[in-house]
Design a protein around this ligand. Structure first.
Ligand SMILES: Cc1cc2nc3c(=O)[nH]c(=O)nc-3n(C[C@H](O)[C@H](O)[C@H](O)COP(=O)(O)OP(=O)(O)OC[C@H]3O[C@@H](n4cnc5c(N)ncnc54)[C@H](O)[C@@H]3O)c2cc1C
Length: 290
């Protein structure tokens, strides 16, 4: 099995305009390069053989974390390590910090970017389900201009997304959840640094004993990340007892379609999705009531 990528030309534009123009000129054999921690391993295995890599690392406009009205806007080239260290993220969208800390190991997080993680389309990536859970959207720029795509409409299949050839994801835009919300990302993995066998993201608010709002995302349980809308609906308006949680868990399990692979047979992974969801719900509620 080859472990050396095929040959390619390397380009390092220093503006978004240049990067978009390069990708348009070079055509379908060109790919953006972010942290390289998904793309380079794929190239080493010859599962990706781009003839041109357009490195986004020199484009300063793609970095940074800021608020914009009621949204938090995170530049695509912001690393997972920078998410872990951001006071703004910790204060406004703490589930991003919790999730980042469960991605791989520090070495990967130092260079792996949020934009690369969500644009990649790998069902094993952790951030996409969190973005579905949060109702995030992605700002993209290509030769036809700029557009904004809801994360819930972005993922079409394993490694297939709504990105058109040559488009660059520039930023992730997240509506800041209500102050005092509860959150949790629960991830079952075989060892530190592994992708999820099953994982669940929960963001909710409570009013007294009752769950007032709830959103749920699931990782690595189908060809795309999943937004478990029906499961969340079962919980909203309830002071969830064991029977209600069981019903919500069953609704979430019902939309999963995981592969049987080295992480376990499909029915096991589906059941683990339910276990992760029940744990995430318990932890999110405890945080919201604290
Ligand atoms: C050992 C190891 C363990 C890992 N474990 C996990 C894990 O547990 N959970 C997890 O979520 N991830 C994991 N990863 C993946 C890691 O988080 C990657 O860094 C991430 O998936 C991709 O981000 P990147 O910046 O490295 O993107 P790259 O590898 O550079 O790019 C990935 C893909 O996205 C495209 N792309 C990148 N940026 C953009 C953009 N701005 N616009 C358009 N297209 C773009 C590229 O063309 C490429 O097709 C692991 C990686 C390794 C090596």
């Amino acid at each position: 099995m080859p472990v050396i990528p095929g040959s390619f030309a390397y380009h390092r534009p220093d503006s978004l305009t240049q990067a978009v123009a390069l990708l348009a000129d070079l055509g379908e054999e060109a790919r953006p390069l972010a942290g390289g921690h998904s793309l380079i391993p794929m190239m080493k295995l010859r599962l990706a053989t781009p003839e041109h890599l357009v490195d986004l690392a020199g484009i300063v406009d793609l970095k940074g974390i800021r608020t914009d009205g009621s949204d938090i806007v995170i530049g695509a080239m912001t690393t997972q390590h920078e998410l872990v260290g951001s006071d703004l993220v910790a204060a406004k969208v703490p589930i991003l910090r919790e999730t980042s800390l469960l991605i791989a190991d520090p070495q990967v997080r130092y260079v792996g970017t949020l934009g690369g993680n969500v644009a990649n389309g790998d069902p094993g990536n952790d951030m996409p389900a969190v973005m579905l859970c949060l109702g995030a959207s992605y700002d993209v720029t290509g030769k036809s201009g700029e557009r904004r795509i809801a994360a819930r409409e972005f993922y079409q299949g394993a490694y297939f997304t709504a990105l058109e050839p040559g488009e660059i994801l520039t930023a992730v835009r997240i509506p800041v959840p209500a102050a005092g919300h509860g959150y949790a990302y629960e991830k079952l993995k075989r060892k530190i640094g592994d992708y999820a066998t099953a994982a669940a993201a929960v963001v909710l608010t409570v009013s007294g004993d009752t769950i007032a709002t709830c959103s749920i995302g699931l990782t690595n349980l189908a060809e795309t990340p999943l937004w478990a809308e029906e499961a969340a609906k079962i919980l909203v308006g309830s002071a969830p007892d064991a029977a209600t949680v069981k019903k919500a868990v069953a609704a979430a399990e019902a939309i999963t379609a995981p592969a049987s692979d080295g992480r376990g047979p499909a029915h096991y992974r589906t059941k683990m999705a339910g276990v992760m969801l029940a744990r995430a719900l318990a932890r999110a509620q405890a945080r919201a009531r604290a």
